[in-house]
Design a protein around this ligand. Structure first.
Ligand code: EPU
Length: 348
């Protein structure tokens, strides 16, 4: 277990916001977390920390608005176990919440266990994959999650949520609803993978990129697909080590089909994806670009020049600078398209 009073949160948020917390604690096992939450003598949480309690992953989806006057908890549980499975093609993996997501993707592909390749290079840790239902290139974490083992941060009780109980949808889960938000620490996530590689190529520019590289689909390997996905991501998304950012800042809005059709008549080139029988998802990046924000700056914050869905810290930005930019963009999108776009990043 690691405890650090008055700790800098700079290494714990990819936006690069320079704030501090009252206490930072990392536990390395469910038992250590249990002890932290229940033993008033050894627990630094009760008397000393005051303020709030926030469980974080790698901070790739957070925007700190001020110093955090409370305890920041982080998991160090990073073991991976293969569980027995009755299906011959199926692989069940129980993975500690602190495993870095892309390390897991690489680990599974090296073992010949397939499914996660389209989710290559997404920043963050395994715990967040289950809270946020991370997704990219037509796949989402929910497609692979069997169950999520958690600990209640108030009572220290353990509970396992089946995938159905997690109520997954686009970037949503039970862990983000008002009744459950901030109540659970994810300990382990169990994923179902396959020993058979079945490529999913229908999203975005994957097929055209394969053609450009002369890779025939019938000989495509999972490793090649991973490399293509990584290259597409790198060509659009800034590296947080070079420029602070939290990936997509906004969620793509889902609008009633009628509203989409009215807009499509006016903007025939507007990209869109079906999101159910009566709903259509519209890329927020396109809406923001149409409003002229792509590449524009506001103080020390900016809209990334290659992907308008990403806001960046040009250096020394405070949380409020990013919020000012976000508010200006949202107002313009609302006034031009009558669509409300909502941050996917959590404001703390
Ligand atoms: N587009 C523009 N201008 C832009 C950005 C996008 O016109 O500045 C258009 C593109 O031309 C394309 C469409 O919008 O037609 C979709 O763009 P893209 O494929 O880049 O994906 P996205 O919808 O903007 C989502 C995820 C990303 C994920 C990609 C690929 C959300 C909020 N974001 O972005 O996730 O990598 O799809 O699957 O759903 C993240 O969550 O941090 C993230 C990067």
């Amino acid at each position: 277990m690691t405890l650090r009073p008055n700790d800098s949160l700079l290494p714990h948020n990819t936006f690069g916001i320079d704030v501090r917390c009252r206490l930072f604690a990392q536990y390395d096992s469910p038992e250590e977390l249990h002890q932290l939450l229940t033993d008033p003598n050894s627990s630094p949480l009760r008397g000393r920390s005051g303020g709030g309690l926030l469980h974080i992953g790698s901070g790739s989806n957070l925007l700190f608005l001020t110093d955090y006057d409370g305890l920041i908890l982080h998991s160090g549980i990073s073991d991976i176990q293969r569980l027995p499975s009755s299906e011959p093609d199926q692989v069940l993996l129980r993975v500690g919440a602190a495993v870095v997501w892309d390390d897991l993707v690489l680990y599974t592909l090296r073992h010949g266990w397939y499914g996660l390749e389209n989710l290559s290079l997404i920043p963050g840790e395994v715990g967040a994959s289950a809270v946020q239902n991370i997704g990219a290139y037509g796949r989402e974490a929910k497609d692979f999650i069997v169950e999520v083992e958690c600990m209640n941060l108030q009572t220290a009780e353990r509970r396992t949520f089946t995938s159905d109980e997690c109520r997954y949808s686009y970037r949503q889960s039970i862990f983000k609803t008002p009744d459950h938000r901030g109540r659970w620490a994810v300990l382990y996530v169990t994923y179902r993978l396959s020993t058979r590689f079945q490529p999913h190529l229908d999203y975005g520019g994957i097929r055209s990129e394969l053609e450009r590289r002369n890779i025939p689909i019938d000989s495509l390997t999972a490793q090649q697909l991973r490399e293509v996905i990584i290259d597409i991501r790198r060509s659009k998304l800034p590296d947080p080590k070079e420029q602070g950012n939290a990936g997509s800042f906004f969620m793509n809005p889902i609008v009633p089909r009628q509203q989409y059709e009215a807009l499509a008549a006016q903007y025939p080139t507007m990209p869109h994806y079906d999101a159910g029988p009566d709903q259509v998802k519209i890329p927020a990046g396109w809406l923001i670009e149409q409003c002229g924000w792509k590449g524009r700056t506001l103080g020390p914050a900016a809209v990334h020049s290659r992907q308008a869905l990403v806001l960046v810290n040009l250096g020394g930005a405070k949380g409020s600078d990013i919020v000012a930019l976000s508010d200006a963009i949202r107002a313009d999108v609302r006034s031009r398209f009558h669509i409300d776009i909502h941050p996917e990043v959590n404001f703390i």
